[in-house]
Write a protein that binds this ligand. Sequence first.
Ligand code: ZN
Length: 396
Amino acid sequence: MTRTALRAARLFDGTACVDDPLVLLADGRVTEVRPGRDAPVPDDAELVELPGATLLPGLVDTHVHLAFDGGPDPVTALADRDEDALLAAMGAAAAAQLAAGVTTVRDLGDRDFSALRLRERGGSLPTIVAAGPPITSPGGHCHFLGGAAQGVAGVRAAVRAHAERGVDVIKVMASGGMLTEGSDIAGGQFSAGELRVVVEEAHRHGLPVTAHAHALTAVRDAVDARVDGIEHCTCFDGERIVLPPELADALVTRRIAIGSTVGLAPVPGGMAPPPLLARLLPDLLAAHATLIRAGALVVAGTDAGIAPPKPHGVLPYGLAQLVDLGMTPPEALRAGTATAAQVCGVGDRKGRVAPGYDADLLAVAGDPTVDIGALLAPVAVLVAGRFVRRPAAVAS
Ligand SMILES: [Zn+2]
């Protein structure tokens, strides 16, 4: 058995900082973290020096779409791809995530369970937590992914079919979305009763539910249905963004995971958001800042893949934006590692650098606990103890 020893300037272990750590890896896992510059390197370990760098758990994006290619029209691009071309494109998306240091992704919407097939095919991939096609209403948001269902019996059958296919989470489109022409972002797509059955049936199968919700009414219904998470959480009433205090209170006290759709990568020549989003954005960001201040469980669910400013691997920009919204850099790092891993249901093996955890690691130049922008300078990425991106100094 060969061991790897990583020495860096500092470690953010998912919750706290350690100076001058020596991190030991074996069999794809972290075995030990020795603090201090003088910590001895075991004789049988290959030492990799990462001078000036900070080691972190590999990042966790709670909301991506590997099936969307991040181009100007990802929906048409997807429609034009057959199964082989789709899996190839998803492999490229997965590689881009890894290159940015994102070693776990929760895919919240693929076509016909393609994320499960990508995962089964294997290769150098981030860990993929998959929802399959989102459950949506006939003709509703992202219906073209194949997850349309209707009525209490229909949604119950859809959840059961997803569970039988082996998904890890149920994604339900509680309101319309901007990617789907004709869907209503100010209105709900399911009755309160249908949403309750989605949650009831998912929980019966041991699966969490996260609801896509732009509409205020959809956020309310999702909270009442006892979902585990809400994506976007836009709270749009048809005119403006509204965050009623009692709704904010319910989100906070029930520890509902709020996937904030943060993170915009610079696009050559710039790219304006859709006009409605541009108008709503300041108030939307203010509402999420309010939720963060109130202690809500907010994570960065970037929606990577849906547009050019949302390429695969955009999460570091999202974590920087959480700092803009009021988190300290260590809080944002926790949101992108340990907390995000818990939200994805893999918190017992991902999102921390501690004995027994998977050796999915990221090293960045500088100190992201002080300057979150350092996340944009990855120098090494490891998955299960193997380098998928090697530091230049030890390139082989
Ligand atoms: Zn999405």
